[in-house]
Each structure stands twice: as C-alpha cells, then as structure tokens.
Ligand binder design. Structure first.
Ligand code: ZN
Length: 295
C-alpha cells in the first residue's frame, strides 16, 4: 500500500551541485548518459546506457567499484544505474566506465569523466563537558563493533531489485530534512560527518519504509539507538535511527510506505527526530536525492 501523502511530497533542493549532463556516443550505437558531469560529495548520479538493441552483458564501474545496471523492461534498450558519491570522497576527477562484449565477442568499453567537488556542508562548533563526548572504553568497543557490522551490511550487494518506482519520504507530511553532511567539531576535535538527513518530529510519529525491500537489521545500537536498515537490492540501503519503537524484524519483506516504527530519541541524541540514511554501494549519499530520482 502506498501512502498518498508521502508520494505527493514535493522536494525543492538547490540544484547548484549538478552541472552539465553527460551524453557520450560510443561504438556499436551505444550511448552512455549521466545526469551530471560535475557533482559534489554526498550526491547521487543517475546513469543510463542506451542502445539500439536490447542490452545484455554490460558492466558498470565507478572508480574501481562495480555498479549494477538493470533494465526496466525485458526488451528495453536502456540500462539504468545509480552511482553514489560518498560524502567524504576526495574532490577530483573520477571515471564512470561501461564495458560489454560486441556480437563478435570483443571487449568494448566507454568512459565518462566526472568531477567531484567538495560538498558545501554546515560546520557546527560545540563545547561540551568531557563526559558527554567521551564514551567509556566499553562503549567505544561496542560502537566500533557495530560500525564494523554496518559496513559489512552496506558492502553486501544483493543481485536483485526489490524496489519499484520512486522512493518516498519516511514521514508523512514532510517535504524536506536537514543536517546532511554536517561537520561537527566538539571541543575543537572533528567528528565523523553526519551521514543522514534529520527530520524533527514528535516522539511516536509513524515512520514508513521509503521503498520496498528486505529488513536486514532491527536493533538497538550505541549511537543510533533503535535502528532499522532495509536492503532495497543492488547495493542500495536505507537506515532509520533513534526510533522509540521498531515494527520490523530482520528477514521481513516490507512494501513502500509500510510502517516500520515510530520516531523517538534513542541512542546519542538531544531530542526526538528521525535520522534517515541512504547508502549506495557503500557510499553515503544525501537520501533526499533518491526521492527526486525519475523512475
Ligand atoms: Zn542524524
């Protein structure tokens, strides 16, 4: 079931970080497209490969990482892909490469260069009492173990697409969220950047799966509190943190717009809000950008 209020959410983002669509004509009537040739840390790139015939045996590679390509219809001459530019990826030039075998069995490839610029993220300087910023050794150990497990989850690429259509926002009635990429400097010491989007909301507000997928984690973690992670397939995951209640279990398949929990203030937070994260092939991306993706 789809929640109409979520699907209707209109997002307005400053598109300043997206410049110059890439359109490259390659051998054998293959065209490689990207929505931007210049992008910023934490962005999502939308890739397309267009051919005159149904395309098969194509592989995508972004800076040495395999990117799944899929077709929307069996006989479609278009392949789609989503490339995540991690929010800490070093600014510079990177290659998007598509390779395939032509009918004669020869290896062919076509590349496009993408410039990644530094993201414009807010910086917050805070001075707080030491005991609030320094967890004890046991807590540090626990947090590190949890981070390791999360990395292993996000590195797992399920070779199947669970989602269908547009991604939704995780709360009803919201149009945008904030804090993505924020660098926090606590007592002069830089902390890891804020990898999600925060939505202030009252505790108990229902939280919805932004797309269909398989729940791969639903448990209480040190920093993010009660956390649900959904695998949407092809290396795409969404994360919902600080929940007061979790209404999903690992292994469970959920639909787009299905309730998976309630907003809360669990974990290391100052007040109730939903923290929503998006990971694409391990790259931490501004989740609001996937909502704008054309299907
Ligand atoms: Zn957050």
């Amino acid at each position: 079931m789809r929640i109409a209020g979520l699907a209707a959410g209109v997002l307005v983002l400053a598109p300043g970080h997206l410049q110059g669509q890439v359109l490259k004509t390659c051998e054998g009537g293959v065209t490689v497209k990207l929505n931007a040739g210049v992008t910023a840390q934490g962005s999502l790139l939308i890739a397309e490969v267009v051919g005159t015939k149904p395309l098969s045996g194509f592989a995508g590679d972004w800076d040495g990482r395999a990117i799944p390509l899929w077709s929307e219809g069996e006989k479609s001459g278009i392949l789609h892909g989503l490339i995540g530019v991690d929010l800490e990826k070093a600014p510079g030039g990177y290659t998007w490469k598509v390779s395939w075998k032509n009918p004669a069995g020869e290896e062919k490839s076509c590349s496009a260069l993408v410039t990644v610029r530094a993201g414009k993220f807010p910086i917050e300087r805070l001075t707080v009492e030491k005991q609030f910023v320094q967890p004890d050794p046991e807590q540090v150990k626990r947090a590190e173990e949890e981070q390791k497990r999360m990395r292993a989850i996000f590195q797992t690429v399920t070779p199947e697409r669970y989602w269908d259509g547009k991604f939704l926002l995780p709360l009803k009635g919201v149009t945008t969220g904030g804090n993505f990429g924020r660098r926090r400097i606590l007592n002069g010491e830089a902390r890891s950047p804020h990898a999600g989007v925060d939505f202030p909301a009252l505790a108990g507000t229902p939280v919805f799966a932004t797309q269909a997928g398989k729940v791969v984690l639903a448990e209480e973690l040190f920093y993010s509190g009660n956390t649900v992670v959904i695998d949407h397939g092809y290396g795409i995951y969404t994360l919902y943190a600080h929940l007061s209640a979790m209404e999903a279990e690992p292994g469970q398949m959920v639909k787009a717009g299905e309730e998976i929990g309630k907003v809360g203030a669990t974990g290391r937070v100052t007040g109730p809000h939903l923290h929503w994260g998006l990971t694409v092939e391990s790259a931490r991306v501004n989740a609001l950008q996937i909502v704008q993706r054309e299907p």
